[in-house]
Design a protein around this ligand. Structure first.
Ligand code: NAP
Length: 328
């Protein structure tokens, strides 16, 4: 780490596919990037490695014909970055000062680092209901997940009943996706009207394998450590009645929260809180020298491969911008 008097060329905040890809490209461009990978702490917005750390198996990232574990994949990304000399700090970034250059980045250990360019790749965090049983089965990889595209094809969900929680487009998409494997697919929604677009609603409502459980909220995920999730207890919010429904999978689709709190309002965000890019084909933000990539700018695709692509763009944009400033 450089002293306060020698600013970094580029600091990368975040260690998911976008952050590591940006780091690999920046390192190979001789920018000697420093990555803040985050630290595991109870009050942390994000975790080192990002959302893939919760994904048991990644089967849709090209180049891995047999699939690869989420953890293993992020370790490979990290190892590849280290191979090119990327420096890594296992701390969270608590605040940034983007009002003047070089920018200042202050971490959870109280250290402030100056940098000419900053790449923000802090991702988004899936929202959870907050039930202890939900957390237990999620952490154990036993049937609770917030990504059907990542985990839906596992044998435990084949020809078995599963539930998707939520009434937005993501829930519709996840439910439709799960009909490839599971039967029935319950959509559990807390109101009597879906939030999703009309076209997605129609597809769901007319699908023979999908059954919407209206006015319902999960109270508990039931199961055991041998069989994983076996059922859920639902409360009907209009009648107050509770019921148990047999399921093998419990899929959350109740929205994501982009990890932008540490920015303290210094970058333009869209109405959902995602960083707004100045040019949608680039990675530039409204602050010159600050670039953004991955799920922190993307509420639509949210895939490892799209995040990695954006990380690559951010590193190239940063490299070109630094060259224009005479910093090479
Ligand atoms: P969303 O539109 O915010 O929907 C979240 C859903 O979760 C809502 O139905 C909400 O219920 C429910 N919910 C939130 N908190 C809950 C809680 N604590 N307990 C139970 N239910 C809860 O999020 P999204 O579906 O992820 O979509 C995000 C954005 O991406 C949207 O703009 C969406 O259109 C877009 N998107 C588009 C596509 C597509 O076009 N194919 C696919 C995915 C996402 P309420 O309705 O009662 O608030």
């Amino acid at each position: 780490m450089s002293g306060a008097s020698v600013p970094e060329k580029v600091v990368i905040i975040g260690s998911g596919p976008a952050g590591w890809t940006a780091a690999i490209y920046a390192a190979r461009a001789n920018l000697h990037p420093l990555v803040f990978e985050g630290a595991i702490s109870a009050d942390s917005e994000m975790i080192p490695g990002g959302q893939l750390m919760f994904t048991t198996e990644v089967e849709n990232y090209p180049g891995f014909p047999e699939g690869i574990g989420g953890l293993e994949m992020m370790k490979a990304f990290r190892d590849q970055a280290q191979r090119f000399g990327v420096r890594i700090k296992s701390a969270n970034v608590e605040k940034v000062d983007l009002s003047k250059r070089p920018f200042a980045v202050t971490d959870s250990e109280g250290e402030t680092i100056q940098s000419h360019a900053v790449i923000i790749a802090t991702g988004a965090s899936a929202n959870w209901l907050g039930l202890p049983s939900e957390e237990h089965f999620r952490k154990a990889g036993l049937g609770v997940t917030a990504c059907a595209t990542c985990d839906g094809a596992f044998p435990r969900f084949r020809d078995a009943p599963v539930a998707v929680i939520g009434g937005g487009d993501s829930a519709m998409e996840e439910a439709l996706y799960m009909t490839k494997f599971s039967d029935p697919v319950y959509v559990v929604h807390r109101r009597d009207e879906l939030r999703a677009s009309k076209i997605m609603q129609e597809r769901v409502l007319k699908h023979e394998k999908i059954k919407v459980l209206w006015n319902s909220v999960p109270e508990e995920v039931l199961g055991n450590n041998t069989n994983g999730v076996t059922a859920m207890r639902l409360k009907n919010v209009s009648t107050g009645e509770t019921s148990e429904v047999e399921i093998r999978g419990f899929f959350l689709a109740i929205g994501h929260t982009p990890n932008t709190r540490f920015l303290g309002g210094q970058l333009d965000l869209d109405e959902k809180g995602y960083i707004k890019l100045k040019d949608p084909y680039r990675s530039t933000t409204n602050v010159e020298g600050v670039f953004a990539a991955g799920d922190v700018v993307d509420s639509v695709y949210r895939q490892a491969i799209t995040a990695a692509g954006m990380g690559c763009k951010a590193a190239i944009d940063a490299e070109r911008w630094l060259a224009e400033q005479g910093i090479e």
